[in-house]
Design a binder for this molecule. Structure first.
Ligand code: NDP
Ligand code: 2IT
Length: 458
């Protein structure tokens, strides 16, 4: 896909960016999601490089695109039947200019180096937008936890951390959860780190349990944060969440706490989904039931529909975007909302789409939504609440403190408002009023670029 500058930029600047992008295609073949993430950022940087030629001379864009370090390793483990499996582990320590590498671990069969790089690249700018002094990183494995016993997941996590421990640490690289990595996995990973290193180093991992160094609101933070961001976008348009009909995709950590906060603010959330299909619940999602099915029983959304009774219906293989709504909050995975789905949402009168997941909206879909005047919150801004509270968890660990729920939630709210305002004002400054994609990419890039410039040729 050629680079089409989102903003007016001189042809010679765009030629430099084109050259950089073709280098990425040439040197990293087959990494489609990584190409997509880079492409989106480069389409926003033309006017920045034109205004600040020093950034181009210093090859800042090329340097930001190149990870500082990429680690790949073997993860052998034994299942409950004694069969041996060999998975692949990844950690991409992408950019440490603003602080220790920070970002989640994803356990899903689709994980490969390109996926981890796309997520790590996004994480650099997301973390910069929080203003909390965290660099960007990401990791994971192609291990599939679905259908595995607790004992199998524990053995896998122990094998994974036995290698990863030599690369991470509270001042070096601080992983957390993502798809397939929740409280259970973080517990096993932390236990193995402590055992192998013989250190109580609480700040080496975030998303920990409340008894052993975790932070209030970390479980809720990504979903809550996305709803707070959405509320800010609506506020600029003179609206709020009260009475709005919302479709949410996914049914994991992000989806569940998106629903919780949206309901607290008076919205009516009517869908959830997983890789098997989706549920429409005409009465609104029963959150206690959803938590029981997903968090306690590790079940499927079809189980939710079975237990819920007449108001809920399960649609095998379908997508939530066909259900008419005022607001759509994609909270499952990358590229789950394509151009066709965006056109349906627009036809049904959607006002706002905000990304709880990382890069869930395809580039064509983003354009369709923005061209139709829909408020669009890009993931690197809208879902930054999770990593922001991770940074607050690190602060608490550093001072051996434990802050109350209300305090962390207030801080999260202030951070989300500040990210919103930074994106909004940056877009305005570059003549792209209301374009949060432009605002997030430029504001995130400038912070990282300035830190790198100050630190010399790194
Ligand atoms: P979970 O593992 O808790 O839940 C993931 C949900 O998405 C499940 O319902 C899962 O269904 C569904 N899903 C995953 N992959 C696919 C797929 N290929 N097709 C269809 N459905 C799929 O993960 P999270 O809720 O933590 O993460 C969701 C998204 O949010 C991801 O994009 C993640 O990167 C992003 N994110 C997460 C943060 C966090 O703090 N956890 C922070 C910021 C962003 P199934 O069980 O059928 O696979
Ligand atoms: O994508 C993300 O921001 C996360 N999965 C959370 C990262 C973190 O370090 O809390």
């Amino acid at each position: 896909m050629p680079l089409a500058s989102r903003l007016p930029a001189p042809p010679e600047t765009m030629a430099v960016l084109e050259e950089t992008y073709s280098g990425v295609l040439r040197r990293d073949p087959g990494e489609a999601e990584f190409h997509q993430a880079v492409h989106e950022v480069l389409e926003c940087l033309g006017p920045v490089l034109a205004a600040r030629p020093g950034l181009a001379t210093a090859k800042l864009v090329e340097r930001v695109i190149e990870p500082e370090r990429q680690i790949m390793f073997r993860v052998p483990w034994e299942d409950d039947n004694g069969e041996i499996h060999v998975n692949r582990g990844f950690r991409v320590e992408y950019n440490g200019a603003l602080g220790p590498y920070k970002g989640g671990l994803r356990f899903h069969p689709t994980v490969n180096l390109g996926i981890v790089k796309f997520l790590g690249f996004e994480q650099i700018f997301k973390n910069a937008l929080t203003g909390l002094g965290i660099g960007g990183g990401k990791g994971g494995s192609d291990f599939d936890p679905h259908g595995r016993s607790d004992a199998e997941v524990m053995r896998f996590c122990q094998s994974f951390m036995t290698e990863l421990q030599r690369h991470v640490g509270e001042h070096t690289d601080v992983p957390a959860g993502d798809i397939g990595v929740g409280a259970r996995e973080i517990g096993y990973l932390f236990g193995q780190y402590r055992r192998v290193t013989n250190r109580w180093e609480a700040g080496m991992l975030t998303g920990k349990g409340m008894l052993w160094g975790g932070s209030a609101v970390r479980t809720e933070a990504t979903g809550y944060g996305n709803v707070m961001f959405t509320a800010e976008m609506l506020r600029r348009r003179g609206e709020d969440l009260d009475g709005q009909q919302i479709v949410v995709s996914g049914s994991g950590n992000v989806a569940i706490y998106t629903i919780e906060k949206a309901q607290q603010l008076g919205a009516n959330v009517i869908t959830v989904s997983d890789s098997g299909g989706y549920v429409v619940d005409e009465k609104g999602i029963d959150l206690d039931l959803l938590k029981q099915v997903k968090e306690v029983d590790r079940g499927r959304v079809s189980d939710y529909a079975d237990l819920r009774g007449a108001s809920a219906r399960f649609v095998a293989g379908g997508r939530v975007w066909d259900v008419p709504a005022d607001i759509a909050l994609p909270s499952a995975t990358q590229n789950e909302l394509d151009a066709e789905a965006a056109a349906v949402l627009v036809r049904n009168g959607v006002k706002a789409v905000s990304e709880g997941a990382n890069m869930p909206t395809t580039p064509d879909a983003v354009h369709i939504l923005q061209d139709a005047g829909v408020a669009f919150g890009p993931g690197k801004a809208a879902n930054a609440g999770g990593v922001a509270v991770s940074a607050l968890e690190m602060q608490q660990n550093a001072s051996r403190a434990s802050w109350p729920f209300s305090q962390v939630e207030e801080e999260l709210s202030a951070i989300m408002t500040s990210i919103h305002d930074t994106c909004y004002e940056t877009a305005e400054r570059y003549g792209a009023s209301g374009d949060y994609v432009v605002g997030a990419n430029i504001a995130g890039f400038e912070r990282v670029a300035d830190a790198m410039l100050a630190q010399g040729l790194i």
